[in-house]
Design a protein around this ligand. Structure first.
Ligand code: NAD
Length: 460
């Protein structure tokens, strides 16, 4: 495929205005719903073949997410497209002000492998809902899903408006040489810098959906049974290869000895004595990532798990204790089923531990105390914060999803996707029936005095 030509075609089609109507946008969202509904089996199979993803995770995190995002967008699109009321200050009256969302043009979506449908067709819902044309570049690390998206998108969606380009670094580099009106990239922060540099050449705005080390605090007053269930459930989902998984635990020392066995027993309860046999436990994406994770087990003591099977890209859910703070496992995002656990005795120590590191994508705290919640919320910064659960915020379309600092910039999901892919244009209408002579030069002392008096009065 000639990438430059493809982007030029997308721009030409955008310029015809065909993608602007409400009807076109709704038809494309319908097409996304049909695409996932009619190909559910094939998509689930591709997700399984690419990454050994457990059925429940593939269904809820990829297929259901995209369907839900498209249906939610359809339900609210008419309202989102409407002009939004804005006031006009007295000084500028008479006037009418409003904000009109308008499409940006040609949008580029670059997806990552861990939820390859979610991270491509999910943001696509926002892009087409906002009336843009779109190029999608799925991750080459999940090749079966990439090929299926490439095959299905032109069958269901308007092929003049949405192009899928497959490939890795070489193709993405060619794509990034083109001018887009918005880039939404999901992946690691190293590549994010490459994306931003390429975008800067064209002054293209970017949304970067990145990762990081998400802390999870378990305070002394936490409901330990619920905390153990939720932490293990989320940490083991997709074998920890989720950007909003818990990266490490900070557990109050008063409950540390009671809590650790609960984590172990939840792993056994959910996945049996041999999680490799459990249909609910996923695999590591490939051998390279398995070896990367293996190297993270070199420091600290394995409290639970640690078994692996290289032929099956399998790594058992693994809890690490007595980990040196500067261990490799604490230097990078784990993105796998390894959970280092640290002790703290005062909340401020836990918060200091978090604040010494880059701002995470998500921060979790288990506590029954509003005061502890308030301290954590006010004294830390993260893309999102959840109390007494993990990851659930990502399914709430009323909340913006995105990072801060090293965990990303910009946000999407629900209306935030629509706004992300739109320009919010300020519009102001002034009547001509009032046009006082004193508004124009020359401004003598009398006019200046009058202007000062009026502005002081209007602004008081
Ligand atoms: P990946 O290897 O699939 O790469 C992501 C995309 O970047 C791919 O499409 C790939 O082709 C492209 N790419 C890779 N190298 C490139 C280069 N040199 N130049 C241009 N493009 C290049 O995925 P990954 O980066 O391993 O993804 C894992 C990371 O993504 C983790 O840090 C995770 O936390 C983060 N993530 C974030 C979110 C989120 O929504 N915030 C979601 C999922 C994953």
């Amino acid at each position: 495929m000639n990438i430059a030509q493809s982007v030029a075609d997308l721009r030409t089609y955008f310029n015809t205005g065909a993608t602007r109507s409400y009807e076109w946008r709704m038809s494309q969202l319908d097409a996304v719903v049909r695409l996932v509904e009619e190909n559910e089996e094939a998509l689930m199979k591709a997700l399984m073949e690419d990454s050994g993803k457990a059925d429940f995770t593939a269904y809820s995190g990829d297929v259901m997410f995209v369907r839900g995002e498209a249906l939610h967008t359809k339900k609210h699109l008419k309202k989102w497209m409407k002009p939004r009321k804005a006031g006009s200050p007295l000084m500028l009256k008479p006037a009418k002000s409003y904000i009109q969302p308008e499409p940006l043009g040609v949008v580029l979506i670059i997806g990552a492998w861990n939820f390859p449908l979610h991270l491509t067709l999910g943001p696509l819902c926002g892009a087409i809902a906002a009336g843009n044309t779109c190029m999608i570049k799925p991750s080459e690390v999940s090749p079966k899903v990439s090929a299926l998206v490439c095959e299905l998108v032109p069958k269901y969606l308007d092929a003049r408006a949405v192009h899928v380009v497959e490939g890795g670094v070489e193709e993405t580099t060619q794509i990034l040489a083109q001018r887009f009106d918005k880039i939404l990239y999901t992946g690691n922060s190293h590549v994010a810098k490459i994306i931003m540099q390429a975008a800067a050449k064209h002054l293209t705005p970017v949304t970067l959906e990145l990762g990081g080390k998400n802390p999870c605090i378990v305070h002394e007053d936490a409901n330990l049974d619920v905390a153990a269930s939720r932490i293990i459930d989320v940490k083991c989902s997709n074998a920890g290869q989720i950007c909003v998984s818990a990266d490490y635990l900070l557990v109050h020392d008063k409950i540390y000895n009671d809590f650790l066995p609960k984590l172990s027993s939840r792993i056994r309860e959910f996945f049996g004595d041999d999680p490799q046999q459990s249909p609910d436990y996923s695999r590591i994406i490939n051998g390279r990532h398995l070896m990367r994770l293996k190297a993270l087990l070199d420091e600290g003591t394995i409290y639970h798990g640690g078994r692996m099977d290289e032929r099956d890209n399998y790594l058992e859910p693994t809890i690490l204790v007595d980990v040196p703070e500067n261990a490799k496992v604490m230097q990078e995002e784990i993105f796998g089923p390894i959970l280092p656990v640290f002790k703290y005795s005062e909340l401020h120590e836990a918060l200091a531990f978090i604040n010494q590191r880059e701002k995470p994508l998500a921060l979790y705290v288990f506590t029954e105390s509003d005061a502890v919640h308030a301290d954590v919320e006010q004294e830390t910064s993260s893309g999102a914060m959840v109390r007494n659960h993990l990851m659930v915020h990502a399914s709430n379309q009323a909340l913006p999803f995105g990072g801060v600092g090293n965990s990303g910039m910009g946000c999407y999901h629900g209306q935030f996707s629509f706004d992300n892919m739109s320009h919010l244009k300020s519009v102001m209408i002034k009547p001509t029936w009032m046009d006082p002579r004193g508004a124009y030069p020359p401004f003598d002392d009398k006019a200046m005095a009058m202007r000062k008096k009026i502005t002081r009065w209007l602004m008081s």
